[in-house]
Design a protein around this ligand. Structure first.
Ligand SMILES: NC(=O)c1ccc[n+]([C@@H]2O[C@H](COP(=O)([O-])OP(=O)(O)OC[C@H]3O[C@@H](n4cnc5c(N)ncnc54)[C@H](O)[C@@H]3O)[C@@H](O)[C@H]2O)c1
Length: 300
């Protein structure tokens, strides 16, 4: 396996392209937006510089990695020679089904089609193709160059051989792959999202404030950050979307999104990306200033 196509050059796509290129693979990075592609190349270059500054990479290795990446806005030419395609486009079911139908037409018959989706069923995506045994979840974590885990998700029809190939490949990228089955939220979000939802309920019911909840989880449980700060980073709209997938998928009320989360998303308070969530992000990520709405208890 030498040639990799990555679809989508946003937060995850540029990280995935970076990691493959750094490990000597030839990467074709595809996006519908030329601006997004240029931004991705700048981000990759900056992130490689950061590795050089830490003494983890040389200038020559950086140049080499960048030379391994070609960009295009044309899906057909971008994927035609790829042995593996990793789709990391916007999280939207209809969009992903359409992309996989097209990949099935344009990719080599033996190519493996992987998706980085956080929540959409791999089995459903695979069913949009005529090669469901070759479709698999390859769920990288954000930021991709830093995070070790790759959650490898087997769809209902994914073959043993394809799963093994992806597990071996992740090891070659210096990652730790973990094989899981395809049920709502897989393992990562099935456990993470109810914790975040419970933290939001704890705030909603006035048990404690934003700082208190995050401090308990950070210092008491040794989490690198509290669940409300993490929710702001992930995006409250994304958290709500994944909770709905869990709620619909299992039909269990324990996954029902907290009404406060629903309200915040409706009001456009989506966390870091909108400048306000549980914290105010107007002054940059280092200022953990509790958003005005939460400065006094919600119950008062
Ligand atoms: N952001 C995270 O923390 C995170 C973590 C794990 C998994 N994911 C998953 O990764 C995927 C990408 O998320 P992201 O955060 O990088 O999104 P993003 O919004 O940063 O980037 C998505 C990119 O996809 C491009 N795109 C949209 N339609 C396209 C198409 N038809 N063809 C090619 N490119 C197209 C957009 O132009 C954009 O550049 C999603 O499935 C998401 O669930 C995200």
């Amino acid at each position: 396996m030498k040639k990799i196509a990555v679809i989508g050059s946003g937060t995850m796509g540029n990280g995935i392209a970076h990691v493959f290129a750094q490990h000597g693979f030839l990467v074709s990075l595809i996006d519908i937006s030329e601006t997004a592609l240029q931004k991705a190349l700048q981000t990759i270059s900056k992130n490689l510089d950061r590795m050089i500054a830490k003494g983890n990479l040389t200038e020559t290795q950086k140049d080499d990695a960048l030379q391994h990446i070609k960009t295009t806005t044309d899906l057909m030419t971008g994927v035609s020679e790829a042995d593996l395609i990793v789709e990391a486009a916007t999280e939207n079911v209809e969009l992903k089904l359409k992309i996989f139908q097209e990949l099935d037409m344009y990719a080599k018959t033996e190519a493996i089609l992987a998706t980085n989706t956080s929540s959409i069923s791999i089995t459903k995506i695979a069913a949009a193709t005529k090669r469901p045994a070759q479709v698999i979840g390859m769920h990288f974590m954000n930021p991709v160059p830093v995070m070790k885990l790759v959650e490898v998700i087997r769809g209902y029809a994914t073959s043993d051989a394809v799963t093994q190939t992806i597990m071996d490949l992740a090891i070659k990228l210096d990652k730790v792959p973990t094989e899981v089955n395809d049920y709502p939220g897989f393992v990562s979000n099935r456990i993470l999202m109810p914790m975040i939802n419970e933290a939001i309920y704890t705030l909603y019911e006035g048990v404690a404030g934003v700082n208190e909840i995050d401090t308990v989880m950070k210092l008491g449980m040794s989490h690198p950050m509290g669940p409300l700060q993490l929710a702001d980073f992930i995006g409250l709209d994304v958290c709500l979307y994944i909770l709905k997938v869990l709620h619909d998928g299992f039909g269990n009320p324990k996954y029902a999104p907290c009404p406060l989360l629903v309200n915040m998303v409706q009001a456009g308070h989506k966390g870091v990306k909108s400048g306000s969530g549980f914290y105010s992000w107007q002054h940059g990520t280092k200022d953990l200033i509790v958003a005005d709405r939460f400065k006094k208890s919600l119950k008062s």
